[in-house]
Structure formats: C-alpha cells, structure tokens
Design a protein around this ligand. Structure first.
Ligand code: GLN
Length: 329
C-alpha cells in the first residue's frame, strides 16, 4: 500500500477507511483500567472509543465517539510548555526544566541529580514548574491565557470541567508535595499553591478526540491552525515542544513509543492521546482504560496501527509500511 502524502489527505476517503479499520481492530481490546486516583475520572465509561485525524490542509476524519468530552489532563503539558517557551524564551525555560526523559512514572518525586531540576516538561514535576512560570507571567489571567490559546489551537472555545478540577484539587496532595519540593530546589520561585491550583485547572480542560486532532494539527502545521489560519504558536516553540513530546510524551514508555509509533505524542490519564505527524496531520484518540504507565491501552494500540497502515514512522524507509516488513519476514 502506498503512504498518502499531505496533498492526497485533504480529499482522501481512503483515510476514513483506514481509520475505520484501525477502530475495528482495536475496539475489542478491553485491557487496562480507568484512572481512579482522581475520583471524578473513575466515572468515565470504559468502553468509549473515538479516533480522529485532522490534516494540515484542514480536513477532519473521525470514527467512534470523537465528539465525546473528557479532560485533557497531561496532554495540556505540551501546549503549556509551548506557551512558556514563547513567553520566556528557551534559555530561561531550560534553566527551570530539563529535556531529558526521566525513565520514571509521570508523578515520580524525582529531580535530575545533576541539575536539581525536573527532568522534562511532560512529567508532573516539570509541568507544574512550567505552569508556575505561566502564572508568574500572567497572574490571575493565566487560566484565561491557557484557555484562549488551547481554544485557538482546537478552533473552538474550550472550558474547564469544574467537577474534575474540584476532584483533582481534593486528591492532589502528591502534586502539592511536588510543588513545594520544586520551590525548595528553586525551580518554582513564586507561591506554590496558586501554581498547583492552576495546574489542576489546566488538566481539567474539556476536549474531544476531534479537538485533540485539531490541536495536534496546529502543531503539525508549525503553529498555524489549518482551519482558521490563525498563527497560534511560534515556529521555534513548536519545534522544541515536538522534540520534548517525542522523547518524553508517554513517560517511561517513550522509548517503546518511538520504536513502534515513531512520531511525537502526548498522553493523559483522562484517556486521550494527541499525536503529531510533522507537516501532515494531528491524530486524537480517546479511550479511558489505561495501562500501568498511565497511557490509554486502545489509544496506544491505535497509534501503532495507524503508524503502520499509513507509514508514519519518522524513519519509515519505504512506501510499504512495516506491514511489508513483517510479511517479508
Ligand atoms: N492531573 C493529572 C495529575 O497530575 C495529570 C497526570 C496525567 O495525565 N498523566 O496527576
């Protein structure tokens, strides 16, 4: 099979067929469990499954429950990081947060032993640092800033789920502890509680698989929303964000992700994953059952399959995809 290029994609019904094929192959997988350490997340219907592709030419293809809202959770970390890079410049951000994979769980209480800073912006410690920087820059207007920018990336107004936010805040002692430790090592310089609170709100923004695909397509399109034409993020911030998503976006699964999927993505414990195929498309998946590392089980399977079927791995060497590799032994 030939791998479609960005040009074919805008009017390619083959894409919808491939998406449906992936859906059919993955829907039967009921492994994993819905996150329950944030009580409100435990209410998610485990069987829901939505898949969407948004191209950089503005087309949207989706199957399943791609219009169902869930909270963005850690996927927000990628977009918040992009904003901090723009506001502060990369040198300043790098002084506070590293870019090395931690090899640890997303909520690990561990800092880089060489720098005493969080390993990267995709684990909680690094993300709370980034959000604290946004709060320092925008004060009480920081949530509005986050919502506006996320909405511009998605192409529709996004809002916070109050129920999930309150649930996160109630169950958020581990993140608060991380926040205080960050202050202790100097990664956070301002007050801790408002920064962690903003992080809870940021994680509680409601999105759909379609939104994730569109937000990811904005990154794929070097920061410009392909539908509205608005330049949402700067080119250089997008480059650095995609780099961190590639190396660290699925926590301590990131090495395997690069191997089997082979393009940048960010997962969240709400069950979403957003993936970016540079200059071609954004992919959004929702399925709330998670593996032990906190990544959506069906989401991961769907990304692997899509990468194979469309030949999306950054090191894809032929037009045949890895299906060919397997069949040729
Ligand atoms: N709000 C969640 C937390 O901080 C986000 C974690 C995630 O999605 N991996 O625990």
């Amino acid at each position: 099979m030939h791998a479609p290029t960005a040009q074919d994609l805008s009017k390619n019904s083959e894409i919808l067929e491939i998406l449906s094929g992936v859906y059919d192959r993955v829907i039967g997988n009921s492994d994993g469990t819905v996150a329950n350490y944030i009580p409100e997340l435990a209410k998610a219907d485990p069987d829901k499954f939505g898949l969407a592709i948004a191209t950089t030419t503005g087309a949207l293809y989706s199957v399943g429950q791609a219009e169902l809202e869930f909270t963005i959770q850690s996927i927000s970390k990628a977009f918040a990081y992009c904003m901090a890079l723009e506001i502060y410049g990369r040198e300043k951000v790098f002084e506070h947060v590293g870019v090395e994979p931690s090899g640890d769980a997303f909520n690990a209480i561990v800092f880089d032993p060489h720098t005493n800073r969080p390993f990267n912006p995709m684990v909680n410690a690094g993300a709370i640092t980034v959000t604290a920087m946004l709060r320092e820059a925008a004060g009480d207007g920081a949530l509005r800033l986050l919502l506006d920018r996320f909405s511009d990336a998605a192409g529709r107004p996004l809002v916070v789920s109050d129920a999930v936010y309150r649930s996160e805040a109630e169950a958020g002692d581990r993140n608060r502890a991380i926040g205080y430790l960050l202050r202790n090592v100097g990664a956070i310089t301002g007050p801790c509680e408002p920064a962690v609170d903003l992080y809870f709100q940021q994680c509680s923004i409601l999105v759909t698989a379609n939104d994730l695909a569109r937000m990811a397509a904005t990154l794929a399109n070097i920061g410009q929303n392909p539908v509205t034409g608005k330049q949402v993020f700067s080119v250089s911030a997008v480059r650095d964000t995609l780099s961190a998503m590639l190396s660290c976006g699925t926590y301590d699964y990131s090495g395997n992700w690069i191997l089997d999927v082979g393009f940048p993505a960010k997962s969240g414990v709400g069950g979403g994953i957003a993936g970016v195929v540079n200059r071609q498309m954004g992919i959004g998946v929702y399925s709330p059952r998670l593996d032990p590392k906190g990544n959506s089980v069906r989401g991961t399977a769907a990304f692997r399959q899509l990468s194979d079927d469309l030949g999306l791995h950054i090191f894809e060497w032929s037009n045949y995809g890895s299906q060919y590799l397997r069949s040729s032994g």
